[in-house]
Design a protein around this ligand. Structure first.
Ligand code: ADP
Ligand code: MG
Length: 834
């Protein structure tokens, strides 16, 4: 294994006239005219000269100045696709797809030539010259071909967003560019950013020994008048947005309105209120009646569930994983950026809503308003609507989360209403416990949002907070990599033989605690091994952080999911359980499979409707979880049941609608299942079930037991033990669980099917802190499995011996009978030592 080369020496000046051939592009006159209005066009010469003379160039320009759509065209015309691809990475899927379509259209080329690749899909062909992709896709390609030999240019777009993968890519590319120069096959690197905060890239000598040149594009931005509120509303910013939009719409001249809110539920609720206040049709069209239930689908699934699949069940064999390195296949990891602004804890939103009693506007059909929602989990066709001009005589009003801040530019916006908040996921550095918090945006974000009003003419931005509050905002928000667990990144880096992750040239390094936690988790999962050379005691933290990857780790790194889930996949081929594990992993990976039903309702009628749906959905979930053995698999069984029943149903969209499942998410699960099956099959000789048939039989009872063990093997650091009544220290621990790392009790989330079951030991997918610390995605485990499957998490008083230890309910300990020695399991409360 090699570690990364040292920072490159100052790059030699490259010859100016590098690409020889000019490639003509045949654009339509309208497109040509629109292009000429973009500020970046006047900088074409400067950019192309900088690119010709330097291996790395940074381009800074306001959102909407034309970076994403025009720079790839400049490079194409200048012949930079003569013997390699022009690749552009985006942190958001929405942007990768939309931009490839837009550029193809502008250049009058087909999507065979200007293509995109995102996690689940793409349209890249052998004719592709310009390839838009998510940053995660490029990171995976580096794993297969470190030199990126297919590419002549790589553009890292939206670098200001500082997505984790973008940061890592910039670190890696700084080295790849140097290596390619040595090999006389120069690779050009362009970093594009909307705000002028590029010091992390330019002033970082570990990254670039010579600062790359920065080309600034002066935006032809019209002046935007910023109006601050006198006072800052404490809670009801959504209601404040509503009042502001009503005023603008009634009193101000034509021009689109863009509202920034924090989450999907709020977006919907404001859209409904606005549509009601300014209807586009008299007696607004009733939404299609929902069919009451899907008895038929349910019956079909239940019937098939009862058929037994004959299998003998030896227990899970932890050493029986498949480890042949993958070299083909196109699994891609995806950044989480897409989801970040929309995910939410179900009970978080209740107190944010606009539910308070307040005089509603009288419907005013004389002033129709064309209201559109925009957030990243929205179906793509609906997302595309915002680019179309509104119907004659109606004002456009887009209610968005921060997707509209920089990645998409909506035409015709003159007024921006900014609530000043953003919903973010925060993680505890050590325990990984996450919570969603609505916080103030940074000053840079607030200015970005305001800037959206001045694209086509002078505009106005209404900030729903005072200027005093604004001056307390932080200047920039800290990069994502410093805020979240990094085990997936560490695994990817180790797979690239970067053993000393601490030495990696991060634009902003993650905190040391996060790196240590990641390395420990990967070690416990078996993805890393102790270094070969023994000798002096390795006590230094720096040394501990340099373990090489194990063969199992290599296999895990090839699966496009987080390490805990990758471990489950590595064990998946046993007992014919591949389809089930693949399904569980896919469903756990896709965020928000179930619709958000705890959202504030717009009216009483809707409230009743939501309530009814919620009851029906939780009834279905209990049904999917089943009884007895299958119920013990808990929420993972619900996922299996939901996917299984959905695939058996005749009409999937309707099935999803009735059962509170997000159709888009179910389609992603389906694609990911196909992709994961292929990935596992390619490393396993035994994985015979290559079929990617979405339908599957329900698992047998024995298989369910095996599935629970696999889930435990992957989520080993997420075990919790219920506090027994005699151990209750304090009333707050009632029904609480103890975990190894937390001092506070955690609870099973009320939405879990195990909420009332309260099993003795459970594993959970994640802990989310809202009013309490809640475990979500819960499955019951047997105490006896723990010391066998997770010895590294247990404290043993004597060495582990051969016959499997047993759990003793009287003492709450795990006992090995033959040696009659006691095993104390690590997550016992200190108070119950015997
Ligand atoms: P930047 O990357 O600098 O933010 P873009 O290249 O994304 O700028 O956008 C340049 C211009 O192209 C913007 O004015 C935007 O409105 C326009 N544009 C981008 N995509 C589309 C689209 N799908 N339809 C119409 N106009 C678009
Ligand atoms: Mg852009």
């Amino acid at each position: 294994p090699t570690s990364l080369p040292a920072p490159p020496p100052p790059a030699p000046r490259q010859p100016t006239a590098e690409p020889a051939t000019f490639v003509p592009v045949d654009r339509s006159p309208e497109i040509q005219e629109a292009r000429l209005k973009l500020p970046i066009l006047s900088e074409e010469q400067v950019i192309m000269e900088a690119v010709a003379e330097n291996p790395t160039v940074i381009i800074c320009g306001e959102t909407g100045s034309g970076k994403t759509t025009q720079v790839p065209q400049f490079l194409y015309e200048a012949g930079y696709s003569s013997n390699g691809l022009i690749g552009i990475t985006e942190p958001r899927r929405v942007a990768a797809v939309a931009m490839s379509q837009r550029v193809a259209k502008e250049m009058n080329l087909s999507q065979r030539v200007v293509s995109y690749q995102i996690r689940y899909e793409g349209n890249v062909t052998e004719d592709t010259k310009i390839k838009f992709m998510t940053d995660g896709v490029l990171l995976r390609e580096i794993q297969k071909d470190f030199l990126l030999s297919k590419y002549q240019v790589v553009i890292i777009d939206e670098a200001h967003e500082r997505s984790v993968y973008t940061d890592i890519l910039i670190g890696l590319l700084s080295r790849i560019v140097a290596l390619r120069a040595k090999k006389q096959q120069p690779l050009k690197l362009l970093i594009m950013s909307a705000t002028l905060r590029v010091e992390d890239f330019t002033q970082n000598t570990r990254l670039f020994s010579v600062s790359p040149p920065v080309v600034k594009v002066d935006a032809r931005q019209f002046p935007v008048t910023v109006h601050f509120n006198k006072r800052t509303p404490l809670q009801d910013y959504s209601g404040e947005c509503f009042r502001k939009v009503c005023k603008i719409h009634r009193m101000l001249p034509p021009g689109g309105i863009l509202v920034f809110l924090t989450g999907q539920a709020e977006v919907h609720s404001l859209c409904r209120r606005l549509r009601k206040a300014f209807p586009c049709y008299r007696g607004s069209a009733r939404e299609t009646e929902e069919k009451e239930d899907s008895v038929e689908e349910m019956r079909k699934f239940k019937k098939s569930r009862n058929k037994k699949v004959p299998t003998a069940l030896p227990r899970i064999d932890l050493d029986n994983y498949s480890v042949m390195p993958v070299d083909e296949g196109d699994e891609d990891r995806e950044s989480e950026m897409d989801e970040e602004d929309d995910v939410m804890g179900s009970d978080l939103d209740l107190d944010l809503g606009d539910g308070e009693v307040e005089e509603e506007e009288k419907p005013d059909a004389s002033l129709p308003l064309h209201v559109l929602p925009l957030y990243s989990l929205l179906a793509p066709e609906k997302q595309a609507q915002v680019f179309r001009p509104p119907p004659e005589g109606r004002r456009l009003c887009v209610v968005a989360t921060n997707v509209a801040e920089t990645s998409l530019t909506i035409p015709g916006i003159k007024y921006v209403v900014d609530c000043g908040k953003v919903k973010k996921r925060f993680y505890d550095k050590v325990t990984g416990v996450s919570s969603f918090q609505v916080t103030w945006v940074s000053q840079a974000s607030a200015d970005q949002r305001a800037g959206r009003a001045g694209r086509t003419e002078p505009g106005h931005c209404y900030r729903l907070y005072s200027s005093a509050v604004f001056s307390d905002f932080e200047k920039f928000s800290p990069p994502e990599i410093t805020r979240r667990p990094v085990e997936d990144l560490v695994l990817q880096m180790k797979a690239l033989n970067i053993e000393k992750v601490v030495n990696f040239p991060f634009p902003s390094p993650p905190p040391m605690e996060a790196l240590v936690a990641a390395e420990e988790l990967l070690m416990a999962l078996g993805a890393l091994q102790e270094p070969q050379q023994t000798g002096r005691l390795k006590q230094l933290q720096g040394e501990k952080l340099s373990r090489p990857i194990s063969p199992l780790g290599r296999t895990m790194a090839a699966f496009p999911v987080a390490p805990r889930y990758a471990k489950m996949l590595a064990l998946a081929q046993q007992h014919e359980c591949l389809p089930y594990i693949v399904t569980i992993v896919a469903a756990m990976t896709i965020r928000e499979l179930f619709e958000e039903l705890d959202r504030p309702a717009a009216s009483e009628g809707e409230e009743a409707q939501l309530k009814g749906k919620k009851a029906r959905v939780s009834q279905m979930q209990r049904l999917w979880a089943g009884q007895g053995a299958s119920l013990k698999l808990g929420d993972m069984m619900v996922l299996l049941g939901a996917v299984g029943a959905c695939e058996y149903s005749a009409c999937i969209p309707r099935f999803c609608e009735t059962n509170g499942l997000r159709y888009k998410a179910m389609m992603e699960v389906r694609r990911l299942r196909g992709q994961l099956t292929t990935a596992v099959a390619s490393v396993s000789e035994h994985a015979t079930s290559l079929c990617v048939d979405p339908k599957m039989k329900p698992p047998s009872e024995d298989q369910v037991t095996f599935l629970r063990q696999v889930v435990l093997a992957g989520l080993g650091d997420h075990v919790a033990r219920r506090i027994q009544s005699e151990e209750l220290l304090d009333a707050k621990w009632k029904n609480g669980y103890k975990t190894p790392l937390l001092d506070e009790p955690v609870f099973i989330h009320p939405s879990s099917v195990l909420f009332r079951e309260l099993p003795e030991f459970v594993v959970y997918q994640e802990i989310v802190e809202t009013t309490k610390m809640y475990m979500r995605g819960v499955s019951a485990v047997e105490a006896t499995w723990i010391p066998v499957l997770l010895p590294s998490y247990c404290h043993f008083e004597k060495p582990l011996e051969d016959p499997p230890p047993a759990y003793c309910p009287q003492t709450g300990r795990v006992v090995c009978h033959r040696a009659s020695s006691f095993y104390r399991v690590g997550w016992q409360l200190p108070a119950v030592q015997v």
